[in-house]
Design a protein. Structure first.
Length: 81
């Protein structure tokens, strides 16, 4: 069985490698946050990463995103530390 850490990490890896879209990552994350699942909320670094994924598709302009690949890679490094 896959752990919640592995699930969230997999989404971060996919996002950092452009294997999934910002929108896919954000939608997946927001669904988990809305569930309020304790298995996510009880692990602070997992919850932080989940929260960040939820904002992966935030825009600052019509075609400009708030976060980019370098941010996604930094989030992944932080989760792994």
């Amino acid at each position: 069985m896959r752990s919640v850490f592995d699930e969230v990490r997999s989404m971060l890896v996919g996002l950092a490698k452009s294997e999934i879209s910002r929108e896919q990552a954000a939608d997946w994350s927001i669904a988990r946050i809305r569930e309020g699942a304790p298995e996510y909320a009880d692990v602070p670094h997992v919850w932080t990463a989940l929260d960040r994924l939820g904002g992966a598709d935030l825009k600052t302009g019509v075609d400009t995103y708030l976060h980019g690949r370098l941010d996604f890679e930094a989030w992944l490094r932080e989760m792994d530390s």
